[in-house]
Ligand binder design. Structure first.
Ligand SMILES: NC(=O)C1=CN([C@@H]2O[C@H](COP(=O)(O)OP(=O)(O)OC[C@H]3O[C@@H](n4cnc5c(N)ncnc54)[C@H](O)[C@@H]3O)[C@@H](O)[C@H]2O)C=CC1
Ligand SMILES: O=C([O-])CC(=O)C(=O)O
Length: 326
């Protein structure tokens, strides 16, 4: 057995965490040979509920769980962590866009960015799930100048998985047969789920569907899937969000063996996207590092979609600049 790693999960008494914690504890993130110490963060008012979650984790007698730290102090929660899953924040309700949460949630990520900076291991891998995820991740990163750039990322993996599933269903295939779906940009309704590099059964996806379905059915369905779940369930997606968070972190830590996945990471100017925003990109992962896939050809249709979601991220950044550390 290896030395345990420390994994922080914020919003640990919330609905996403109620799936996430148990799957991580079962080994779904880092495999069946990697013991974990869970660091669970909540706000003071939710500490009783968190205690109930801790009781349940204990009642599972998970072989991999070596200890649990349950706290309402981010400095304790992030002490020496190897991984951080930043989930805790308010979810949206019907009729809201995710960016309507910016005011309510942005402050959380400036506080937690500082706490990461002061406490986490320098090679910590951080995933921001709480919405609006890209811009919250940017706020955290801007407040964590001593964490190397690129170690704080945001989640577009749920959109990526949704896109795979929608296309597979359309073609009567399995999601495993779908390769190189890309979600560019923001985890919002401006995101661009791109099929122009995608292959299904090793053949171009866009040769297997018509352009009208792609533009007027597939793209809006993926963009609006979060709202559709809220309408159907009366609450935002939880188990699927937890599953995507595990996919994002597992692939980053353990590698994608050449497969392309989507992660929101600091733009480095690739594909003409302005640096200084967290933008969904195609990446491959190897040896605990991700790498943006370079050199893909971008047509005019894709370019305009990529620009629209970039513009939204730049606007969101302007709205929260006052929270960036000095
Ligand atoms: N990026 C993505 O793909 C997705 C993101 N989300 C977002 O994830 C977030 C959490 O969603 P749910 O678990 O459904 O919400 P929830 O309301 O069930 O749970 C959120 C938890 O966070 C806690 N919390 C609030 N402020 C906190 C702080 N400062 N520190 C620690 N904990 C804090 C709350 O007490 C609550 O227990 C929401 O912002 C939601 O919109 C949800 C689905 C997908
Ligand atoms: O739509 C929401 O508010 C929750 C979310 O981010 C998603 O399900 O993609």
């Amino acid at each position: 057995m290896k030395e345990p790693v420390r994994i922080a999960i914020t919003g640990a008494a919330g609905q996403i965490s109620y799936s996430l914690i148990f799957r991580i504890a079962a080994g779904d993130l880092l495999g069946p040979k990697q013991p974990v110490i869970l660091h669970l963060l909540e706000i003071p008012q939710a500490m009783d509920a968190l205690e109930g979650v801790v009781m349940e984790v204990n009642d599972c007698a998970f072989p991999l769980v070596r200890d649990i730290v349950a706290t309402d102090d981010p400095n304790v929660a992030f002490k020496d962590i190897d991984y951080g899953l930043l989930v805790g924040s308010r979810p949206r309700g019907p009729g809201m866009e995710r960016k309507d949460l910016l005011e309510a949630n942005a402050e959380i990520f400036s506080v937690q960015g500082k706490a990461l900076n002061d406490n986490a291991k320098r090679d910590v891998k951080v995933l921001v799930v709480g919405n609006p995820a890209n811009t919250n991740a940017l706020i955290a990163a801007e407040n964590a100048p001593d964490i190397p750039s690129g170690q704080i990322t945001a989640m577009v993996r749920l959109d990526h998985n949704r896109a795979k599933s929608q296309l597979a269903q359309k073609l009567g295939k399995h999601a495993n047969d779908v390769k190189t779906v890309i979600v560019w940009g923001n985890h919002s309704s401006t995101q661009f789920p791109d099929l122009s590099h995608c292959k299904v059964d090793d053949k171009p996806a866009l040769d297997q569907v018509d352009q009208d379905w792609y533009e007027n059915d597939f793209i809006p369905t993926v963009q609006q899937r979060g709202a559709a779940i809220i309408k159907a369930r009366g609450a935002s997606s939880a188990a699927s969000a937890a599953s995507a968070a595990i996919d994002h972190m597992r692939d980053w830590a353990l590698g994608t063996e050449g497969y392309v996945v989507s992660m929101a990471v600091p733009s480095d100017g690739s594909y003409g996207i302005e640096p200084g925003i967290m933008y969904g990109y195609p990446v491959t992962c190897d040896g605990g590092k991700y790498k943006i896939v370079e050199g893909l050809e971008i047509d005019d249709f894709s370019r305009s979609r990529m620009k629209a979601t970039e513009d939204e991220l730049r606007e969101e950044r302007e709205a929260v600049k006052h929270l960036f550390g000095k």
